[in-house]
Design a protein around this ligand. Sequence first.
Ligand code: GLN
Length: 500
Amino acid sequence: QELDTPQLFGHPKGLFYLFFAELWERFSFYGMRALLMLYMTEEVYRSLVDRDDIAGTIYASYGGLAYATPVLGGMLADRLLGFRRAITIGGIFMALGHFVLAFENEVCFFMALALLIVGNGLFKPNISSFVGALYPTGDKRRDSGFTLFYMGINTGAFVAPLFCGWLGFSYGWHYGFGAAGIGMVAGLIVFRLGIANGIFGQHGFASDEEYLKNKFAGISIKRWVPIIAICIVPLVALIMYYGQIYIPLIGEVHYEGQVVEYIFYIILAVILAVIVSTMIQVSKAERQQLLVIVLLTMFMTMFWGGQELSGSTLTLFAFRNVDLVGMNASQTNSITALVIILLALPFSWMWVRLSKLRTNPYTPYKFGYGLLFLGASYAMFAWSGSFASELGKVPMWTFVAGYFLMSTGELFMSPVGLSKVTELAPAKVVSFMMGVWFLSSSFAFRIVGAVGKYLAVEGAAEDVDPMESLMIYTEGFESIAFLVVSGAAMVFVLAPLMKK
Ligand code: GLN
């Protein structure tokens, strides 16, 4: 097929614009994430005995919803808006979210999280699909394009915790959140520059641009979308907040996040219904393919369930029980990203090399290895307890080693999946399918929430005993390691069947 956009360094030039736009968007996302848990446990809910529990539930509800909205955002872009508009509106919402978070006030706090949730839904799946759209079908450069893109993601995720974490700890939380917002604005500017310079050719427009100009109640359809999205924000904020107005009836401030939980049951039921009804309609071969996708999604969910704890329980563990050298606890969030940046290219070379030798492992085996590495990382975190000082602090190298194993596991799974989605999904629903892919992260936050509760250390900020927290964490990590390795074993048992 002909290359229909300008090229640079052997890739579509648009890739580099999307690379930097996503880099800055992830800068904002992970800069904020690095501060969020500690901001809640050490500031907002500091004096509450169950602050870990509350903060962990809010973190899980936020993460779960932020990765659930991409299904809707993807669908909206496929059917109506096109990638360009969806990404722009999403970016504006996210930038607003970070800036609102810079205000110290509970209403602002939940409104900000809601803005980020809605914004991420419009931004994240569509920028990933946009990368895929720049490569013609069958283009061999697609995988390496996604490897580069994944490095962009992680460059943002690496720099942000270092910078926002430094600001947050040295000058105040709100400076850190504000910096995240500036990152998002930078991402938007890069993206709009790409559009202004015609870098994306004819890609990323709405499927029917004329239709968008139609008016409804005097306002064009394309204007209605941001208006409706704005109206949804307070609703999402209320959903997040609901757990807090529920408990005061019995006289306690508490956060359970039940509404979010119900929403997940509904999403799960809808998804299951769609899958089952599709399975009934298609041929046996397609049914089996679909089953493989469902199983892979489940394994991916398990992986993210362990991985996304890095922003919550593992950040608290770093704060309380790791003998940190040269960085504060929120800055430790950058370690996983650094490992990805270092290993992404070697991994992508390895896949190409193995393909040439015809020994590139079949995807389910890769997923098995990914989980095995995740299990090993938690085994390492658990084992680190045996090196603890009398103050209950484990050496920094053990923590870094654990994260090294975790991110190695991620490289077996995540970039492979992103590229496959854009390759296999029909163009008309590609962003929707990208959203479905991100649902694995969304459901993973159910696991993150449950583990967060289980590993919550009781006591207000002044009362935490590091010895007690060390025991809770290391025992918990041991159980996680055991569960994840069992999961990996199951994958290896099922893999030959899935291959068939
Ligand atoms: N770290 C990757 C990103 O931010 C993947 C995150 C996820 O899907 N949970 O894009």
